[in-house]
Ligand binder design. Structure first.
Ligand code: 4NP
Length: 171
């Protein structure tokens, strides 16, 4: 990685209005705090809410912790994301399955891909390989839990990527 080309991470859930926008802003916060040259975006496996702002409940809970989600707009994951991004992070196992299915299509259509796919909680010792539960049909506690998990898993990814990117720079 050179200073001019950021490592690119895409956070993915189902609707791109609750979990992945939260993950996007929280992960960006910890990457920026660690001064890592990482670009963060988000998308949904579904096309349920294209162009919509994040769920207001999620925005309000995030705001209480200092995160501003208001400018984000939902979009669907596309085959091109697999050549645009270095790392695609699934919030749950169903997302992971859907991402992997689309990845096969991307490979057939586009050949060599750039992205690796993993779970948001992959390196998180507090929530090891656990899903980020969908808060959409629940209450306040669900949105707080999404924030707790996104903060914990983002810090784990930052620690992991710091080491990885430093090793790449030496090579
Ligand atoms: P998300 O939550 O995947 O975290 O954005 C959901 C948002 C909308 C729906 C389901 C989950 N929905 O069925 O519309």
């Amino acid at each position: 990685m050179s200073s001019s080309t950021p490592y690119k991470v895409l956070c993915v859930c189902l609707g791109n209005i609750c979990r992945s926008p939260t993950a996007e802003v929280v992960l960006r916060h910890f990457c920026d705090e660690a001064q890592l040259n990482i670009h963060v975006d988000s998308a949904g496996t579904s096309n349920y809410h294209p162009g919509k702002a994040p769920d207001l409940r999620g925005q309000q809970h995030a705001k209480l912790r200092g995160y501003n989600l208001s400018a984000l707009r939902a979009r669907q994951l596309t085959v091109h994301d697999f050549i645009e991004f270095d790392l695609i992070l699934a919030m749950d196992y169903e997302n992971l399955d859907n991402i992997q299915n689309l990845m096969q299509k991307a490979q057939q259509q586009l050949g060599q891909l750039r992205a690796q796919v993993s779970l948001m909680s992959q390196h998180d010792h507090q929530y090891p390989q656990q899903e980020v539960p969908d808060p959409y049909y629940g209450g306040d506690a669900g949105f707080e839990h999404v924030l707790d998990q996104c903060e914990s898993s983002s810090q784990a990814w930052v620690n992991y990527l710091k080491t990885q990117l430093q090793a790449q720079q030496k090579n």
